[in-house]
Design a protein around this ligand. Sequence first.
Ligand SMILES: *[C@@H]1O[C@H](CO)[C@@H](O)[C@H](O)[C@H]1NC(C)=O
Ligand SMILES: *[C@@H]1O[C@H](CO)[C@@H](O)[C@H](O)[C@H]1NC(C)=O
Ligand SMILES: *[C@@H]1O[C@H](CO)[C@@H](O)[C@H](O)[C@H]1NC(C)=O
Ligand SMILES: *[C@@H]1O[C@H](CO)[C@@H](O)[C@H](O)[C@H]1NC(C)=O
Ligand SMILES: *[C@@H]1O[C@H](CO)[C@@H](O)[C@H](O)[C@H]1NC(C)=O
Ligand SMILES: CC(=O)N[C@H]1CO[C@H](CO)[C@@H](O)[C@@H]1O
Length: 835
Amino acid sequence: MRVFSLFAIVGGCSAVKDYLFKACADSGFCRQHVDNDGGGGYYVQEESLELTNGVLHGVVSKVQPHQVQLPFEISIVENSFRFRMDEQRVVGHKRYNEAAKWAFSENAQMGHLNYTRRKTSVDVSYGHHKKVVIQMNPVLFTFYYRDQVQLVVNEKQLLHMGLEPMGLEPMGKEPMGQEAIGLDFTLKGFSHLYGIPEHADTMSLKDTSGSEPYRLYNVDIFEYEVDSRLPMYGSIPLLMAVKRDVSIAIFWINSADTFVDIHKESNNSSVHWMSENGVMDFIVIIEDKPRDVNRVYGRITGNVMLPLLASLGYHQCRWNYNDIEDVLDVHSKFDEYQIPYDNIWLDIEYTDNKKYFTWHPENFNDPGRMLQVLNRTGRNLVVIIDPHIKTGYEVSQGLIDNDIAIKNSKNEVYHGHCWPGESIWVDTLHPASQPFWNKLHQRFIPDKYQNILFWNDMNEPSVFDGPETTMPKDNIHYGQWEHRSVHNLYGLTMHEATYKSLLNKQQRPFILTRSFFAGSQRTAAMWTGDNMSRWEYLKVSIPMILTMNIAGMPFAGADVGGFFGDPSAELLTRWYQAGVWYPFFRGHAHIDSRRREPWLAGDPYIGHIRDAIRLRYAMMPVFYTSFYEASVNGTPVIKPVFYEYHHHKKALDIEDEFFLGDSGVLVKPVTDEGATTVTFSSVEWGDTFYSFTNGVIGEKVESLAGGGGSAAAAVTLGDIPMLLKGGSIVPMKMRYRRSTKLMRYDPYTLVVALDKENRAKGTLYVDDGETINGEYTYITIEADASGLRSSSAINVEKVIIVGGSTINGVSSGNLKQEGGRAVITNATLPIYFVV
Ligand SMILES: *[C@@H]1O[C@H](CO)[C@@H](O)[C@H](O)[C@H]1NC(C)=O
Ligand SMILES: *[C@@H]1O[C@H](CO)[C@@H](O)[C@H](O)[C@H]1NC(C)=O
Ligand SMILES: *[C@@H]1O[C@H](CO)[C@@H](O)[C@H](O)[C@H]1NC(C)=O
Ligand SMILES: *[C@@H]1O[C@H](CO)[C@@H](O)[C@H](O)[C@H]1NC(C)=O
Ligand SMILES: *[C@@H]1O[C@H](CO)[C@@H](O)[C@H](O)[C@H]1NC(C)=O
Ligand SMILES: CC(=O)N[C@H]1CO[C@H](CO)[C@@H](O)[C@@H]1O
């Protein structure tokens, strides 16, 4: 009923979802915090300051309307400033303080700080050129970097912690949920902010003055809308601000329901974080460039794992493949149509009646046979395991017997409704859940098979009959923590448990998760959930995935073709051509959607889709190398152009064009129906670019538009617009193979695009693609006037050079002029260039 009345009032379908999810005004703590300056009045008790082991301890206090004591500590983590403040309670429970425990990597390094007492302030110094001046009364932090003020915390006096002013009872049994915290951060000279996924919105965050703040609260928002600040399946409370020569990140370490309100005033921006409860804990990262911020954040929370090479191949999914014959038929059709793929997926229907860790007794009665057939050509099977467990079978009984199910507020096992009907949920915060989860996986995976991968869906967790389609906030987890405190990190605990349960295999685990939190990048890939088969969803997938890359979780994708509905052949083709750039590349469809495996698209679409998927495989060395670099440096795999051009204001808004890692490959997917041209913006800033459409190197871009300096290029339906930046060397594998595994020993083609100084550089990472911590080589390749060199031997079958008239030393083979390009073929193959 409510849906229809709202629908009538607003008169458009954009409000259909709003009733399901709380707006700031419906959320007690947000409503009370959002515009409330609370009168300030928080001050540092001067006598409380004490430095122990490089950590500064003290107490923040406030007298009105009643006394609060807020012990805090300031520490240095990976050369960045961390502030953590709790509330001293006389009675009652503790505030949740373990979000950092889940988010942080084990290797995060603590540092020491120095401080100097002044009359009314304290100077804290750390690292190079970094200083924070802490004003005592009212408490205010001013962050300096290279002697300039960059950030002021609590300038707007929005600091709030504890029950007042909105809580009523300072003592006794507090009503839980009235422990909200809030704080403002004013960024000086920053007009562009990014991050805080997941939202179906622009990459550059919007000013939310007078409208809904961005909300972080993991929910199953099926059929989500675009251009929205509504919460989605996952949350990473990391916000990045970028200007010409400084980049800053604010990492708000809190896993409760959170709103982020943004105000932009000319070139300053202020960010107001509000969370429902928990301790106040944040880190400020200040560095020169966006990639430096990613490196530091990666050291704190861990970098993306180096993926199983096969998981960078194409994934074919639908809800659902009906039975083993269906799976094997789809599998062999890929070979028949000569389309490479690596992974085929099973959604919930493969189980016996939605009982996870079982196979459907008729349709999937011999999974070993299926795995064996797939394995012959190096393919994997991916199966879904969700955290809701059907009542009345051995797995749910095991959860009860081991006391590892999530409880309700009365401390009884919580029951809710999900795919299997009545279900209970595994509490993966409980240490005893790990051995239980390990055993389930070991028993379930047919003997000796390595080629089985996992998909953890619905782990927000989704509860069909719960508030906001999730769990009641007063449910109880291990440690007596309320669900409200840990809500946004539950999904992480689940996919991390799955990851650990697979470490006994020789092959690197692969897990796709729908819900995520800061730190999820260490053990899982994500996708953007239930999108729709419409052009605007294709378009918004690019900024959404770029935002995941900015927020340190680059292994991200969107359902190619859209989850709900039936795409037109043109949309499906364009979606594949864009999807080849998603770090996680999967076609997926709803159970009610028509079949849309690539060969069903008809001519000429099938040819274009085949070419697109083959291009992904040709570029596999670049993807794998970029992932390796991300796993070491925290850098994006698909990289917004502002990472290279942050000196140019216009670059800060470009969200439809991106680089593939540091390779120099620049991409602009076609996301408009009927498009006939594409214009690249990044060519404006003086670098040389070459046309690289469909992975075929061509002319300098000026000449595309007759030397006018604009890089508008005509595109046909078969074209995937790409450019290659001068100064790059791109290693490709050009031979068609059925899967990544079968490409392993194929020789490389090197595409060398020289810059204005006749130089170029590239990198290549090589290993067996499977084992954890196995042998590897990381190779640098360089070209200049004296020749082409690599730091280790590479098996090369062809070198293509553009942009230079002379390059010596490469002509160990036949150097031929072909049009404007120098092509080396058929030299004494294989050619090894060694320093
Ligand atoms: C702290 O001060 C000492 C002595 O002045 C100095 O040697 C050290 O480098 C300083 N450390 C930092 C992190 O600034
Ligand atoms: C901010 O804007 C002011 C005036 O609007 C200008 O003078 C100043 O240079 C700008 N600062 C930055 C960092 O852009
Ligand atoms: C931005 O911040 C700077 C430095 O605090 C200040 O001088 C300037 O007035 C601010 N600009 C606006 C529009 O508030
Ligand atoms: C899977 O294929 C590999 C070759 O790629 C082979 O070594 C392995 O034994 C196969 N596994 C099974 C269980 O057949
Ligand atoms: C490649 O080299 C072989 C042996 O040197 C020679 O016979 C052949 O003609 C060459 N092919 C081309 C296309 O140059
Ligand atoms: C509620 C809902 O529609 N859930 C869907 C979530 O997404 C996965 C995969 O995209 C589907 O399998 C579920 O049916």
